[in-house]
Design a protein around this ligand. Sequence first.
Ligand code: XMP
Length: 528
Amino acid sequence: MSKKLLKKERNPSILILDFGSQYSELIARRIREADVYSLVVSNFTSIKDIQDINPKGIILSGGPNSVYEDNAPKCDSKIFDLGIPVLGICYGMQLMVKELGGEVTPAIKKAEYGRAPINIDCESDLLSNVLDKSIMWMSHGDSIKKLPEGFVQISHTENTLHAAISNKEKRLFGVQFHPEVIHSVFGMTVIKNFVYSISNCKADWTTETFLEETIPRIKQQVGDKKVLLALSGGVDSSTLAFLLNRAIGKQLTCMFIDQGFMRKGEPEFLMEFFDKKFHIKVEYINARERFINKLNGITDPEEKRKIIGREFIRVFEEESNRLGPFQYLAQGTLYPDVIESAGTNLDPKTGERIAVKIKSHHNVGGLPKDLQFKLVEPLRKLFKDEVRKVGGVLGLPDEIIKRHPFPGPGLAIRILGEVSNEKLNCLRDADWIVRDEIKKSGLYNDIWQAFAVLLPVKTVGVMGDKRTYAWPIVLRCVSSEDGMTADWSRIPYETLERISNRIVNEVEQVNRVVFDITSKPPGTIEWE
Ligand code: XMP
């Protein structure tokens, strides 16, 4: 069989070589905020591959190592002779200095962490329009002792002589500070100087250009074959449904598996919205009984998740056989998932990715061997905020685009201990009040997640003249950038009061509301 060559994907204008920095992804995001397409690649990427990609500029990221450590990560030093502008950030700058014949040593005075005002020493392309004494974010132990030939110092701080360096002729630059971090006041100016004036990139990475390039690619990949999409109602799968509907219309079938752990009104909303309003074919699978029966007597959180995951795969398998056959499975994989997961499975014939797992937390056992789909993953190069923009342009309402994350196992992991229909109904009502009040108070879009948790213990209360014995509800509200770390949200007392009053008055089996004031770490966002 001949290899089906997919239309070539766009090459990144800026390539970021990753030396293990926690900020590599952030650098890529900042550059994309300037409407320039950038990708993160391994520091091992060969010169040949870099030449094939032919980026307009290269950034060497920071990293946790010292350049003199035995196993310090390196890149091919021919990178500095390609004639492509290079910006080294922190470790990236130190590596460049060392490779080009300069010297790096442990900081002369002391390591520098946090905010530091930088002094501009002379005019340069890199620091053009950056205000003297403006604050930049530092995080380093090593410093440059001797610059390589051809370089000049263009900025210093109190503790760091070489806060920024330049070799104008060769278009090689370095900064000791982190321009990508939000606390670096003129950080974005530095990034824009590098991508626009130094690397000559055009601002051509926009939602519109993404759609113009992606829709024909999807059509070409899928041809006349059928595609299945497991719709959850979250931003990613919803945007994907709209995108695929635009690209391949009736060849798309969405499957919505209702495991019974959704929020109040959610299944109805989804069917109404996708199927009725936008005429996107959605197969509604009512699997409530199956799931709740499987959880009978189960109290261990991990076991619950495993059972739900396994059952999801089973239902998915049965239903896709019934509705199919489908040749393709569409997944809302995003760029951070791709950066993190190196070992992907490629179809040896076509080079397309093959699904061995259903994305995210449903992926307990993986898909059975005889149920292997080829993947359609058109959001694979996008960050979450870019997906939201694509969704918006395709016509998704804020109600979906701005919704809080919701875990795959749903309310089942927000009822501690054994799950029952009675508890589910109770939690659904409490959760609805939480969201309603958070929205009314105007806080919804500033909060990462706001939800209710039901504790399987009963506490004493008094209502009217009667003593009550009922469940407490925990209110969990957190702010976060990515769900990896989080802080509890400082909700105004008035909002807390309204939520508490309404839950205790309107939800029958509840007589007490408590507020979780734990950050992550040490707590997790969910309770199970
Ligand atoms: P934790 O509780 O680990 O949650 O702090 C971090 C983020 O992940 C979400 N989460 C899940 N999402 N399936 C999902 O799809 C899951 O099993 C799951 N567990 C946690 C959680 O809501 C938060 O946004």
